[in-house]
Design a protein around this ligand. Structure first.
Ligand code: SAH
Length: 220
C-alpha cells in the first residue's frame, strides 16, 4: 500500500491517463478510484514488451486468449462497486492482477481482496505482478470462480471480470446483505450490471461492454 504518489519514469503518462479518465463526460469516475489509478503502476501488470502502451486506454493481450481490461473499464467498474475501507472483496478473473491492485488500494490495509483465476499460468502472472508492486493483501487462488470462494464468504463486494450467461447463484449466496456486485452479462451482446442484495436482488444496467467469457459450471 502506498500512501504517497508513486514516482517512477511512467508517472507523467500515468497522470495523463488519469486526467483523461477524470475528464470523461459520459461516465463519472470517483475521486477514490482516480487516486487508486494514480498509485498502481499498470506498466508492471502487462507483458514487458507492452510496457510503453500500458497507459493508453485500451485492453492488451496477456496471453492465453485473455486481456487486461482497458483502464476506463476498470475505473467504471470500481466506481460502480463503491468500495469502502476495510471491505472483504471477491474478484472473479484475476488475469494480470491489475484490477485486484486497484481494489486493494480502495479497501486499504484493513481490507482483503480474494481473487479466483481459472488459468494457472495467469494466476502465477498475477501473483508475481502483485508481489513486485507490494500488494500483499490480495490472495489469489485457482479454480472455477462461478462457484465463488465459500471459504472467505460473505463478501461486501464482488466483481466479475468476464461475461456470464446469468448471475452465478453461488455469487449471490456469498454476497452480504446490503452488498453489491458488478458483473457483465451476455454472449455476443453484453451489458454491465450493478447488482444489489437486500431482501430481494435488484439489478441496474449500466451500459454495453465487451469481455472474455466466464467459463465454468455456472458460466459458458
Ligand atoms: N481483471 C483482469 C482482467 C481479466 S480477463 C485484469 O485486470 O487483468 C478475465 C479473466 O477471467 C481471465 O484471466 C480468465 O482466465 C478468467 N476466467 C474466466 N472464467 C473464469 C472462471 N470461471 N473462474 C475464474 N477465472 C475465470
Amino acid at each position: 500500500m502506498h500512501h504517497k504518489t508513486r514516482v517512477d519514469s511512467f508517472e507523467p503518462i500515468r497522470a495523463r491517463l488519469v486526467n483523461s479518465l477524470q475528464g470523461r463526460i459520459d461516465t463519472h469516475i470517483s475521486k477514490q478510484v482516480l487516486q487508486a489509478m494514480m498509485q498502481v503502476p499498470r506498466h508492471l501488470f502487462v507483458r514487458e514488451s507492452d510496457a510503453s502502451h500500458a497507459y493508453e486506454d485500451y485492453p492488451l493481450s496477456i496471453g492465453h486468449k485473455q486481456t487486461i481490461s482497458a483502464p476506463h473499464m476498470v475505473a467504471i467498474m470500481c466506481t460502480l462497486l463503491d468500495v469502502q475501507k476495510g471491505m472483504n472483496i471477491l474478484e472473479i478473473g484475476a488475469g494480470s492482477g491489475y484490477h485486484s491492485a486497484i481494489l486493494a488500494e480502495l479497501t486499504g490495509p484493513t481490507g482483503k481482496v480474494y481473487s479466483v483465476e481459472r488459468i494457472p499460468e495467469l494466476l502465477k502472472f498475477a501473483r508475481n505482478n502483485l508481489h513486485n508492486t507490494g500488494y500483499h493483501n490480495v490472495i489469489i487462488t485457482t479454480g472455477d470462480g462461478t462457484l465463488g470462494l465459500p471459504k472467505h464468504a460473505p463478501y461486501d463486494r464482488i466483481t466479475v471480470a468476464c461475461a456470464a450467461p446469468t448471475i452465478p447463484p453461488p455469487l449471490i449466496e456469498q454476497l452480504k446483505q446490503g452488498g453489491k456486485m458488478v458483473i457483465p452479462i451476455g454472449e455476443s451482446v453484453q451489458d454491465l450490471y450493478l447488482v444489489h442484495k437486500n431482501d430481494t436482488i435488484s439489478k441496474e444496467k449500466s451500459g454495453g461492454v465487451v469481455f472474455v467469457p466466464l467459463i465454468g459450471e455456472h458460466g459458458f
